[in-house]
Design a protein around this ligand. Structure first.
Ligand SMILES: Cc1cc2nc3c(=O)[nH]c(=O)nc-3n(C[C@H](O)[C@H](O)[C@H](O)COP(=O)(O)OP(=O)(O)OC[C@H]3O[C@@H](n4cnc5c(N)ncnc54)[C@H](O)[C@@H]3O)c2cc1C
Length: 389
C-alpha cells in the first residue's frame, strides 16, 4: 500500500512511545497518519527507560542513529550487576558483557527526551491533543473514531496504542484481563549525583535499581510487595521510600534524597493476560494495549518499538489492509506474549520474601555465570526482524 492508495489517513490512538514510533515508521513508509492523544499536552515524565539491543536496532532503522550514538556513550560506573540489599556483589554484569551477549548496546534514556525526539521527527500537524477515544465504528470502506469531545474522524485503519488501560482493547476484546503482579514500583531521576554502581539491589520482597543517564543524572526504580491499590502514606513518597529502604546500601537513600518528592512516580504493577488476537477488521493493537508486561525484563517499550517497525513494513508490502493486520499479528503476537510470560516469572522470583528462599536465590545467583544469567535477556534482545519482514 502507498499514500496514493489511501482514501483516509491511518488513525493512531495514543501518543506514548508506541504511538509516536508507529507514526514515524508509517510516515517513513509513505502513509498519511494522524495521532490522537487524550492529554492536553505531552507531559514530562520523571523517569528513565532502558532500551535493549532489539529496540536500539529499531531506532537505527528509523534513522535515529544520532540519538543512539549520543546515548551509547553514557558513563559506565566501575561496578555493574546484581547485589544484595547491602551492596555485596552477587553477579558482575559489565555493559560490555551485555553488549557482546545481546549483539548490540543497551542504552538508557530520559522518557520525555525520547518522546520529544520522536515527536520532532513527525510531519507538522500529525499529533492532535485533547482527543479521548470512546468508541469506533468500522465498515467495508473504513473506520470512524469517536471522541469524547464529540468529534468523529474517518480513517482507513485504527491502531490502538493507548496503553495498558486501552479503550480500543476493551472495545475489541472486552473479556481481556489485567492481572496485578503483587508489587508497587516507584521511579525517579536523581540529579547532581555521581553513580557509584549500576544494576539492581535485591532484598526480601523489595528491589532497588540504578541506571545512569549521564554524568550527573541517575534514573532509579524501587519495588515493594504491596496489596493492590494500597493507600499512599500521607508523609509523601520520598519519606515512605527512605523508610522502606533503610539499612540498604547508601546508594538507595542518596538517590531518593536527590529526587524531588513531587517528581517521584508510583504505579501498581500489572500485566495483561496474553491475548490470542490483536486485530479485528480494520482495527489493531500495539504496545502496552496489545501486550502490557511487568517491567522485569525492561522490554515493554522495546516491544512497542518492534511492533511499530513491523506493522509499518507489513503495511507497506501488503496487498490488502486486512491481510496486513493478520500478518502483523502473526509476526508479533507469539514473541510479545513470550516476553509477558518470562517477565512475569522473573518478577515472582525477584520479589520473593521468605528469608530462606531469598538466601537460596541469592546463593544461586552468585554461582551463576553471567552468560547463563543473560540467557533469557539474550533470547529477547538479540532478535533481528529481517527474517520476519
Ligand atoms: C516501573 C516501570 C518501568 C519500566 N521500565 C521499562 C524499561 O526500562 N524499558 C522498557 O522497554 N519498558 C519499560 N517499561 C514499560 C514501558 O513504560 C511501556 O511498555 C511503554 O511506555 C508502553 O508504551 P505505549 O505507547 O504502548 O503506552 P503508553 O506509554 O502508556 O502511552 C499510551 C498513550 O495513550 C494515551 N491514551 C490512553 N487512552 C486514550 C484514549 N482513550 N484516547 C486517546 N489517548 C489515550 C495515553 O494518554 C498515553 O499517552 C516500564 C514500565 C513501568 C511501569
Amino acid at each position: 500500500m502507498t499514500t496514493q492508495k489511501q482514501d483516509f489517513p491511518i488513525l493512531i490512538i495514543g501518543a506514548g512511545i508506541g504511538g509516536l514510533a508507529t507514526a514515524l515508521a508509517l510516515q517513513q513508509a509513505g502513509f498519511a497518519v494522524q495521532i490522537f492523544e487524550q492529554a492536553k499536552e505531552i507531559r514530562e515524565f520523571g523517569s528513565g527507560l532502558t532500551l535493549w539491543a532489539n529496540a536500539v536496532r529499531v531506532l537505527q532503522e528509523l534513522g535515529l542513529d544520532d540519538l543512539v550514538q549520543q546515548l551509547a556513550r553514557q558513563p559506565a560506573p566501575t561496578r555493574a550487576g546484581f547485589y544484595t540489599m547491602r551492596g555485596k556483589q552477587l553477579v558482575q554484569l559489565p555493559p560490555q558483557t551485555v553488549e557482546e551477549q545481546c549483539g548490540g548496546p543497551t542504552i538508557a534514556i530520559h522518557r520525555a527526551e525520547f518522546q520529544a525526539a520522536l515527536l520532532e521527527r513527525l510531519a507538522p500537524g500529525t499529533l492532535v491533543l485533547n482527543r479521548k477515544l470512546i468508541d469506533f465504528e468500522q465498515d467495508a470502506a473504513g473506520v470512524t473514531a469517536c471522541f469524547v469531545q464529540g468529534e468523529r474522524v474517518r480513517g482507513s485503519l485504527l491502531i490502538g496504542a493507548d496503553g495498558i488501560h486501552s479503550q480500543v482493547r476493551q472495545l475489541l476484546f472486552p473479556q481481556s484481563q489485567l492481572r496485578y503482579a503483587g508489587y508497587t514500583a516507584w521511579r525517579g531521576i536523581a540529579t547532581d549525583v555521581t553513580p557509584q554502581l549500576m544494576g539492581e539491589l535485591w532484598g526480601r520482597g523489595k528491589r532497588f535499581g540504578i541506571v545512569p543517564l549521564s554524568e550527573e543524572r541517575i534514573y532509579w526504580f524501587a519495588t515493594c510487595n504491596t496489596p493492590e491499590n494500597a493507600a499512599e502514606r500521607p508523609e509523601g513518597r520520598q519519606k515512605e521510600l527512605l523508610d522502606l529502604f533503610k539499612g540498604w546500601h547508601p546508594a538507595a537513600s542518596t538517590l531518593i534524597n536527590a529526587t524531588e518528592n513531587s517528581a517521584i512516580l508510583r504505579n501498581d504493577i500489572f500485566d495483561l493476560q496474553p491475548l490470542a488476537r490483536w486485530s479485528k477488521g480494520r482495527v489493531t493493537l500495539l504496545g502496552d494495549a496489545a501486550h502490557a508486561m511487568t517491567p522485569n525484563m525492561g522490554q515493554g517499550a522495546c516491544q512497542a518499538l518492534e511492533d511499530a517497525l513491523i506493522l509499518a513494513r507489513t503495511l507497506r508490502h501488503a496487498h490488502s489492509l486486512e491481510n496486513a493486520l493478520d500478518v502483523y499479528q502473526q509476526k508479533r503476537l507469539a514473541r510479545a506474549n513470550m516476553v509477558i510470560v518470562n517477565s512475569h516469572r522473573m518478577g515472582l522470583v525477584a520479589q520473593w520474601e521468605h528469608p530462606l528462599a531469598c538466601w537460596l536465590r541469592d546463593s544461586l545467583l552468585a554461582l551463576t555465570p553471567p552468560q547463563m544469567l543473560l540467557k533469557q535477556f539474550k533470547r529477547v534482545a538479540s532478535y533481528t526482524w529481517e527474517s520476519s519482514c
